[in-house]
Design a protein around this ligand. Structure first.
Ligand SMILES: NC(=O)c1ccc[n+]([C@@H]2O[C@H](COP(=O)([O-])OP(=O)(O)OC[C@H]3O[C@@H](n4cnc5c(N)ncnc54)[C@H](OP(=O)(O)O)[C@@H]3O)[C@@H](O)[C@H]2O)c1
Length: 270
């Protein structure tokens, strides 16, 4: 039987990298993408050590045509697409009143349109394989936190878009999964932007308490095999979802407190 093919955006680091090893070890051929050539090559070297058949692509998900090139390259290289993982993403930490709208749009173009473009171009091929779209959202896809409005909005938009698309694709048997992790150990916080678009650098948040990306990748693969639609992890994540739906005022208070208690919280002087 022909081996299945997965495209993973943002596979040069963190969750996307862990997903590349997980899907590769499960027998998938891969197209992995990112903007950082050095890091994509490092992941590629690791995949070679496991004899995982793969291609790499340096591109920017926020550019529509880069996503067309990505899908064309996957088809040219492998002839099929079974799984599209829209994982690339960044965050901004800023009060909305201070954020440069250009930076706000930049985030939306990466997190939201960067997923939508790839999805659009992959659909005809996913229809042939009755494939799966895996959208990397966040607990912020349904719970708002202050000082992250652009990020929260982009992840809420993803959740809404993919929930709608899932319904449109029911008869085509394409499964749509939305993944909503809490804190995961990765370069995410290091790459978070400030209101002026510069990177934040190291965060004081304790990464030891965060989920391991390899553990998350395993869980996502199991979810994929079971054709799950939404995945929320850990007791804390599931409780947060429940509180948000049934006790929204309490949810607001908890979310506010969580951010206020950050060592470098932007709420302190607000
Ligand atoms: N870490 C968490 O706590 C957490 C929690 C919930 C959800 N998530 C979501 O998980 C996803 C992956 O984040 P992560 O934690 O693995 O962070 P990460 O280590 O910073 O990885 C982000 C990935 O996105 C890629 N990327 C960023 N901008 C891109 C662009 N314009 N074009 C193409 N690729 C781009 C990066 O590639 P380059 O470095 O090569 O540019 C990198 O591979 C994101 O969507 C994030 O919102 C993360």
């Amino acid at each position: 039987m022909e081996k299945k093919v997965a495209i993973i955006t943002g596979a040069s680091s963190g969750i996307g990298e862990a997903l590349a090893y997980q899907f590769g070890k499960e027998g998938f051929r891969l197209l992995i993408t990112g903007t950082n050539e050095k890091r994509i090559n490092a992941v590629s070297n690791n995949l070679n050590k496991y004899n995982i058949d793969h291609k790499t692509l340096i591109h920017d998900v926020s550019i529509e045509n880069d996503n067309k090139k990505m899908v064309d390259f996957a088809i040219k290289s492998f002839g099929r697409i079974d799984v599209l993982i829209c994982n690339a993403g960044i965050s901004i930490r800023s009060l909305f009143e201070n954020v440069d709208i250009k930076i706000f749009k930049k985030l939306f173009n990466i997190n939201f349109f960067g997923a939508i473009y790839g999805t659009k171009f992959s659909l005809p091929y996913l229809e042939k394989t009755k494939g799966t779209i895996i959208a990397m959202s966040s607990l912020n896809g349904f719970i708002a936190t202050p000082t992250r409005s652009a990020y929260v909005a982009s992840k809420h938009a993803m959740q809404g878009f993919y929930d709608s698309l899932r319904l449109e694709l029911l008869n085509k048997e394409i499964n749509v999964m939305v993944i909503s992790p809490g804190y995961v150990r990765s370069n995410f916080r290091l790459n978070t932007l400030k209101s002026d678009g510069k990177k934040e650098g190291p965060s004081s948040r304790d990464s030891k308490k965060m989920m391991d990306p390899e553990f998350l990748a395993k869980k996502i693969f199991i979810g994929y095999s079971k054709k799950k639609r939404n995945m929320i992890f850990t007791f804390r994540g599931k409780l947060a979802h429940l509180i948000k739906n049934w006790f929204p005022r309490l949810s607001d208070k908890l979310a506010y407190k969580e951010i206020l208690n950050e060592k470098e919280s932007l709420l302190k002087n607000n």
